[in-house]
Design a protein around this ligand. Structure first.
Ligand code: NDP
Length: 449
């Protein structure tokens, strides 16, 4: 065999797996056909967060007036933002590639596909490997409606030559809600079109309700309970017809309607690797596919499509296969954040899930954060704890409000460690913060059953 391990895909999952395995002395090859660092670094988490930060500065300039600053918001320059973002992404890109080099992995800047379960076609070259890891990630999907090709997807949004003045975003998942905040914050007339009554299906109901209110307060035009029917172009403008008969004229239509695994060109059948109907590679608890020497990690398995989950899987797999340290990662209590404005962060069960599971106590607070007492901005923070009545353990924590992702990381540690409500109650707060509310929630809001 040419390699002990061959990793297909140089994103968060693949790079971590390859780097750690090479560090253990394995002979490792990695193929990446597009960009090192994958979606997260290039067209996902990282550039998205720069765009969110840019959008927040506008509102912060307005808010500073309440604190005595004579600040004028002025004009935002989209090209300056994208150029600065590109410089940083290029730097990170280089770091990912260098990490692999330094670890001693052999790099192939090319596509790879299966010839059989131990053989790959890498740019016309036959390469054999004892073990193969599929870490090819996913891609954004759009809806099959007339004129869909006139719209953009999240891959495109980071390279738009101009900031749209009017945008219609379809969907209300992570990506839709985050980019609604970006474009509204940068001054675009922003429409959010979604088929549910509230955005972010699957999140806690209080958070969803309060998010809808916050989006509305940010000037975003909400179109709940609607689906797009067709898109047409007239000159540079686009017209999008909704199921309720509304026709919107915008500059850009943006599908944020989910992602699908990247499996189409892998020739998986040649290796006997099976997929679910949506293309997700089927794996067992040990990250093994239906072919014993082939593994799959990250978004291509379509379980929890989050970068830290992908890297954790890559690391655990390398430890297991080459580090004499067999281990699995737990997908329970994975904290996550939505970088909406204001952001959301969550860990554990929603109130609905907890109520369906058994007896639970709910502690909920909603307040005007200190900053907005003076800024005058109508923006509230929501915080919520869900407690298992039988064990007193915290089984869910949710927050909508500034700094929520920064706060939730620590709450995630507490929940992973099995903290009880009594542990939260005996923890002294840091004053004055929003975070201290998590340790001062004394009044039960409701309980189940
Ligand atoms: P999501 O799965 O989160 O959301 C998809 C949205 O598209 C939902 O609102 C869904 O509606 C809607 N939709 C899907 N099909 C249709 C349809 N046929 N008609 C109308 N609406 C439809 O996908 P995203 O694209 O937002 O993000 C993909 C994944 O990437 C996320 O799930 C997450 O795992 C990851 N991600 C994580 C981020 C983070 O951690 N901050 C940021 C960005 C992405 P409905 O709810 O009704 O199904």
């Amino acid at each position: 065999m040419d390699f002990d391990l061959f990793v297909i895909g140089g994103g968060s999952a693949g790079v971590r797996c390859a780097r750690i395995a090479a560090g253990y002395g394995a002979r490792v090859g990695v193929a990446e056909s597009r960009f090192w660092g994958g979606t997260c670094v290039n067209i996902g988490c990282v550039p998205k967060k720069f765009l969110v930060m840019a959008a927040e500065y506008g509102a912060q300039a307005e808010d500073s007036r309440g604190f005595g600053w004579d600040t004028q918001k002025g004009h935002h320059n989209w090209s300056t933002l994208l150029a600065a973002k590109d410089v940083e992404i290029t730097r990170l890109n280089g770091i990912y590639k260098r990490l692999l080099d330094q670890a001693g992995a052999t790099i192939f800047e090319s596509h790879a596909s299966f010839i059989d379960s131990h053989t790959l076609d890498v740019r016309g070259q036959r390469i054999t490997a004892e073990k193969i890891v599929i870490a090819t990630g996913g891609h954004p999907t759009s809806l099959p409606i007339p004129g869909a090709d006139l719209a953009i997807i999240s891959d495109d949004v980071f390279y738009l030559p101009e900031m749209p003045k009017r945008i219609a975003i379809i969907g209300s998942g992570y990506i839709a809600v985050e980019f609604a905040g970006v474009f509204a914050g940068l001054g675009a007339q922003t429409h959010l079109i979604y088929r549910q009554p509230l955005p972010l299906r699957g999140f806690d109901a209080d958070i969803r309700e309060n998010l809808a209110e916050a989006l509305d307060q940010n000037g975003i035009h909400l179109h709940p309970g609607t689906t797009p029917q067709a898109i047409t172009a007239s000159g540079t403008a686009k017209h999008i017809t909704l199921s309720d008969g509304t026709v919107l004229e915008v500059d850009t239509v943006f599908f944020a309607t989910g992602r699908a695994p990247n499996v189409a060109s892998l020739n998986l059948a040649a290796a006997g690797v099976q997929t679910a109907p949506n293309g997700a590679i089927l794996i067992n608890g040990a990250l093994e596919t239906t072919t014993p020497n082939i593994y799959a990690i990250g978004d291509v398995t379509d379980r929890l499509n989050l970068t830290p989950v992908a890297t954790a899987e890559g690391h655990a797999l390398a430890d297991t296969l080459f580090g004499n340290n067999p281990r699995k990662i737990s997908l329970a209590n994975v904290p996550s954040a939505v970088f909406s404005i204001p952001p959301i962060a969550t860990v554990g069960l929603t109130e609905e899930q907890a109520a369906a599971r058994g007896s639970a106590k709910i502690f909920l607070t909603r307040f005007t954060p200190m900053r907005h007492a003076l800024s005058g901005r109508a923006r509230k923070t929501t915080m919520k704890l869900i407690v298992d009545t039988a064990t007193d353990k915290i089984i869910g924590a949710h927050m909508l409000g500034e700094d929520a992702p920064e706060i939730m990381q620590g709450i995630g540690i507490a929940i992973t460690a099995g903290a009880t409500k009594a542990d939260f109650d005996r923890t002294i707060g840091i004053h004055p913060t929003a975070a201290e509310e998590f340790v001062t929630l004394r009044t039960q809001t409701r309980s189940y059953p």
